[in-house]
Design a binder for this molecule. Structure first.
Ligand SMILES: [Zn+2]
Length: 439
């Protein structure tokens, strides 16, 4: 293959530059080198051609929230398998949560992630460091050391920060580094033993419920602390109507808060749990149609800034047990786009908005060092996702690159599929139907 590749005749959508037009994109030496509209031809002659007619061409997706499980739980996922799943899902940057074993709460651990990703990663991996030592909620991790080693945020994800005082300190310190604190909002006193959303269905199934209030209490507390400290707060996996309202009001007041929602909380309800499918067990739990409506409204009015997968792979054995004993989590990288496109096809979310929530919006949260992510601007790293918005396909977990086959979507038909992913100018994934020709 040549050094340069021309992605020809696709519908180029780049929200960072306000571009939505048929055209061609030239990639040279790992960078975006030219973007031409209509039939324009590039200024240089020597390149391979990827025919993108009928396909969407956009900046590579950025996932601010995923679990790669390495070190410590390599049977669930590794940096190699997780980034391979990311490439198939159209993600060229993934930010990995620090709830590994041992947790990412020191410089050595971050160096491990960076060196492993450089060796085995199919796409860019940006680590997130712990808020507290060992994620135990007792004392702060060495946040300064973590910031210097290159973390893009702090989080104890998987667990909340129970102490208001510690959360206050974290938000205070993070301000000095201009890095966000990513908040897993859960009041544990209300979720102990909880299995699914609390309501009529949990009662009928005889499963202990997790009330919306368990999330909203923490959202409210931490918005108050963000206001007090002026620190940057990012609320992970928002799942309830009440949380959306709280965040909306906080933004109106000028509090520095951003928020994310997952594809599963946008497209699936608690009814998925009927039948006790452990693959539908996730934290926070799948909620109701009313919550979904509020979450979509939140995306559309920018109360919710981004979509992140919360990709949480588990082994089959982990999930093959009684509902009460199964771990929480959905393997989401490879079904994200197909799931989300159902909102576009249903007229609930615009295609450009969807792409913005997966590209330039997360890039904005990741901070200035990486400002060239999430864009097809000339000179930016050539991270490009090419997808067919209308292709119908059936979810087969066995075909996942992720080790985590735990999806509640097995056997379901999705409309919209990633056809090729380019990371720093290299094709890291392509569907068999995509041919690259020499010019
Ligand atoms: Zn979480």
């Amino acid at each position: 293959m040549k050094e340069s590749i021309l992605i020809q005749g696709g519908q180029i959508i780049d929200p960072s530059q306000g571009i939505d037009a048929i055209g061609s994109l030239l990639i040279s030496e790992g960078k975006i080198s030219w973007l031409g509209k209509g039939e324009e031809t590039p200024p240089q002659p020597d390149y391979d051609i990827l025919n993108a007619k009928g396909l969407i061409v956009c900046p590579g997706f950025i996932d601010l929230h995923c679990h790669l499980r390495q070190p410590g739980d390599e049977e669930k996922e590794t940096i190699a398998s997780g980034t391979s799943a990311a490439a198939r899902g159209g993600f060229t940057t993934v930010c990995c949560m620090p709830n590994t074993n041992p947790p990412l709460d020191n410089q050595t651990a971050i160096e491990f992630i960076k060196s492993r990703s450089a060796l085995e990663g199919m796409v860019r991996v940006l680590p997130i460091g712990c808020i507290s030592k060992g994620r135990k909620g007792g004392e702060l991790a060495e946040m300064g050391e973590l910031a210097l080693s290159g973390v893009i945020a702090f989080s104890d994800d998987g667990e909340p920060v129970p102490s208001s005082h510690l959360m206050r300190q974290a938000l205070d310190y993070s301000r000095a580094f201009d890095l966000p604190v990513i908040d897993h909002c859960e009041e544990k006193a209300l979720t102990e033993g909880g299995q699914m959303n609390e309501g009529v269905i949990s009662t009928r199934l005889g499963l202990r419920g997790i009330p919306s209030a368990a999330e909203e209490i923490m959202v409210a507390r931490d918005l108050a602390l963000a206001e007090l400290t002026g620190g940057r707060l990012h609320i992970a996996h928002v799942s309830t109507e009440g949380s959306v309202d709280l965040i909306r009001r906080a933004k109106e007041k000028g509090i520095k808060v951003t928020a994310e929602v997952t594809p599963h909380h946008l497209t699936l309800t608690e009814e998925k749990v009927i039948g006790y499918d452990t693959n539908a067990k996730v934290n926070p739990p799948l909620r109701t149609k009313k919550d979904i409506k509020a979450l979509i409204q939140g995306l559309n009015d920018n109360t919710i800034d981004i979509i992140a997968t919360d990709h949480a792979p588990h082994t089959e054995a982990d999930k093959l047990c009684e509902f009460d004993l199964a771990p929480f989590g959905i393997s989401g990288l490879e079904t994200a786009l197909g799931s989300l496109m159902s909102l576009v096809h249903g007229g609930e979310l615009g295609l450009v908005t969807l792409i913005a929530k997966l590209t330039n919006e997360p890039a904005r949260i990741i901070s200035n060092k990486y400002a060239k992510l999430g864009t097809l601007a000339t000179g930016a790293p050539a991270d490009v996702t090419i997808f067919d918005p209308a292709l119908e396909w059936v979810v087969e977990p066995k075909a996942f690159a992720s080790k985590g086959k735990n999806t509640p979507l097995a056997g379901e038909e999705l409309k919209g599929r990633v056809m090729a992913t380019i990371y720093q100018g290299k094709l890291v994934y392509k569907d068999d139907s995509i041919k690259v020709k020499e010019s």
